[in-house]
Design a protein around this ligand. Structure first.
Ligand code: FMN
Length: 181
């Protein structure tokens, strides 16, 4: 799959087959995602992959604030990547001072790049994903036992897509989002 097709044809997948994704394949996907760029190459993103049904169920009941879309998606998900990042590094050039007025926002930025890289790698390998923003990060940290120095950025549900590939969602026209100066 070429890069342009990979970018344009990735969709959020919310219906999954009753088939687990092999851990070796998920390891390959993270092995691709680790090539994402990051602030000062600090590589703060971490991936905790959950494929135990009872823990996925717990994420559904306690980890998505009862948001019905996400509860429903988790009911048929075969795996969930808890994407976290090591806090307090990105945005700094020396030990204590943030280098820009965005302060620690760069750690979330790094996590976003890691997230999209993971989703594109998964898509290229035939695995569907859906990013969740409606989450309870503290509850998720406790469910999966994240180390103290990390915080949850997002959940990425993954699995083999059930049915036809999700239809393309609309996008703004290039002239609506682009300006040259
Ligand atoms: C930061 C972020 C948070 C999102 N949160 C959710 C979510 O909580 N639940 C959900 O079903 N989809 C969520 N999505 C998926 C978006 O709805 C989806 O990407 C958008 O509608 C475009 O569709 P596409 O991904 O199929 O191209 C999220 C996407 C992003 C990037």
């Amino acid at each position: 799959m070429d890069a342009i097709t990979m970018i344009k044809e990735r969709r959020s997948v919310r219906q999954f087959k009753d088939q687990k994704v092999d851990r070796e394949l998920m390891k390959e996907i993270v092995d691709i995602a680790r090539w994402a760029p990051s602030w000062a190459n600090f590589q703060v993103a971490r991936y905790t992959l959950v494929d135990d049904k009872s823990i996925i169920q717990k994420l559904g009941t306690d980890g998505v604030k009862g948001f019905s879309y996400n509860v429903k998606t988790l009911e048929n998900a075969q795996g969930v990547a808890v994407l976290s990042f090591v806090k307090g590094k990105s945005g700094k050039l020396d030990k204590d001072e943030y280098a820009t007025n965005k302060a620690n926002v760069w750690e979330v930025f790094d996590a976003g790049i890691a997230c999209q890289t993971f989703c594109l790698a998964a898509h290229a390998k035939g695995v569907g994903t859906c990013i969740f923003g409606v989450i309870d990060d503290k509850a998720i940290s406790s469910i999966v036992g994240l180390p103290e120095e990390e915080t949850v950025a997002t959940l990425i549900v993954y699995g083999y897509e059930e049915g036809d590939h999700a239809a393309a969602t609309p996008r703004k026209q290039v002239d609506d989002i682009l300006r040259f100066v």
